[in-house]
Design a binder for this molecule. Structure first.
Ligand code: HEC
Ligand code: HEC
Length: 275
């Protein structure tokens, strides 16, 4: 029979063991927790909509393999429209009609017109109606994504600045900013080895931590880095490990172009305020 003293020692070493296992578990889970938090901060309706579009199979028809539009003989324009081609206006003239496409598979004006209904019935490919499959919140996210991807309307920024915002948006596409930073700066595209595991966009909360003001934005775009963040050894470690890095555009962009990009980013941020 063990004495009272011995029993106490066993109990004490057992509780130490539990504390030690707990600490190791927290330490091992830390990278995962950091990623989960950064991912949460990155969220916006456009990013949620993009993920949902991938999960719902929208890209099967709208971003087909090989990059050319799928022929759809007999349909209104002869093909399935490709997202980002800027041709949404041939189908939907505003946000409401985009929503009607997603809910009903066609806008009301088509469904109310017998010739259009006959055409829809004859074409091989039809836009499925998602209205009964998805919640209102999910539909709203898909509308946010689709309108952003196709540039149906400008982000709701300062109306007096509309020209610069529009110029900034086309520039961001033409220069490839949005291929890395996501549709309309929605972020979240993979970047293995980086702290969050993804490329941050311009909408979520992470942007606020990475870019404090216009001067820091200019520094990122011209040099591909931030001297403030470079002071942190942990940040530098992840910069070395990450697969994709921010390019240094140096003089490849003019001051006026940086003004336009900044105007667009400011508008995008007004539209999706950080949580
Ligand atoms: C089976 C193929 C198919 C799938 C899957 C599909 N669509 Fe479509 N979609 C079409 C076709 C075809 C049209 C063009 C309308 C026509 O000609 O009848 C269209 C039109 C649209 C339009 C209006 C035109 C435009 O480019 O803005 C939107 C918006 C749209 N789809 C969004 C979506 C979303 C969001 C999803 C996923 C939730 C989706 N589609 C899934 C075939 C598809
Ligand atoms: C090859 C992909 C790529 C391209 C193209 C690219 N970036 Fe980046 N960008 C990155 C990566 C990766 C980071 C790093 C984020 C980090 O280190 O945490 C970054 C960081 C940034 C940041 C600061 C972080 C944040 O929240 O976004 C800004 C601002 C930025 N880029 C703007 C631009 C602009 C404007 C353009 C186009 C002129 C552009 N980027 C083009 C990959 C890219």
């Amino acid at each position: 029979m063990p004495g009272a003293k011995e029993r106490n020692t066993t109990r004490r070493s057992r509780s130490w063991l539990i504390v030690a296992i707990g600490l190791v578990a927290v330490f091992l889970a830390l990278p995962w927790l950091v990623r989960a938090l950064l991912w949460r901060w990155e969220q916006s309706p456009v990013l949620r909509g993009r993920q949902l579009a991938a999960a719902q199979g929208c890209f099967t028809c709208h971003l087909p393999d090989g990059g050319t539009e799928i022929p759809n003989p007999g349909s209104r324009w002869g093909t399935v429209p490709r997202f980002r081609a800027g041709n949404a206006m041939m189908y939907a003239s505003n946000r409401d009609e985009v929503e009607q496409f997603i809910r009903f598979g066609a806008p009301r004006v088509w469904l109310d017109d017998s010739a259009a209904r006959a055409r829809l019935a004859s074409q091989p490919l039809r836009m499925p109606a998602y209205g009964d499959r998805l919640s209102d919140q999910q539909i709203a996210d898909l509308v946010a994504y689709a309108t952003a991807a196709e540039g149906v309307d400008l982000p709701a920024g300062d109306p007096a600045d509309a020209e610069r915002i529009a110029a900034g948006r086309s520039l961001a596409r033409a220069r490839g900013c949005t291929s890395c930073h996501g549709v309309e700066g929605s972020g979240g595209l993979p970047n293995p080895g980086s702290l969050g595991g993804f490329i941050p966009g311009f909408r979520g909360r992470n942007f606020r931590d990475l870019v404090r003001d216009r001067a820091e934005f200019d520094e990122w775009v011209r040099t591909g880095t931030s001297s403030r963040l470079a002071k942190n050894p942990l940040v530098r470690m992840f910069w070395r490990r990450q697969t994709i890095a921010m390019p240094a555009y140096r003089e490849a962009l003019e001051d006026q172009e940086l003004d336009q990009l900044w105007a667009w980013i400011t508008a995008v941020r007004t539209e999706s305020p950080a949580p």
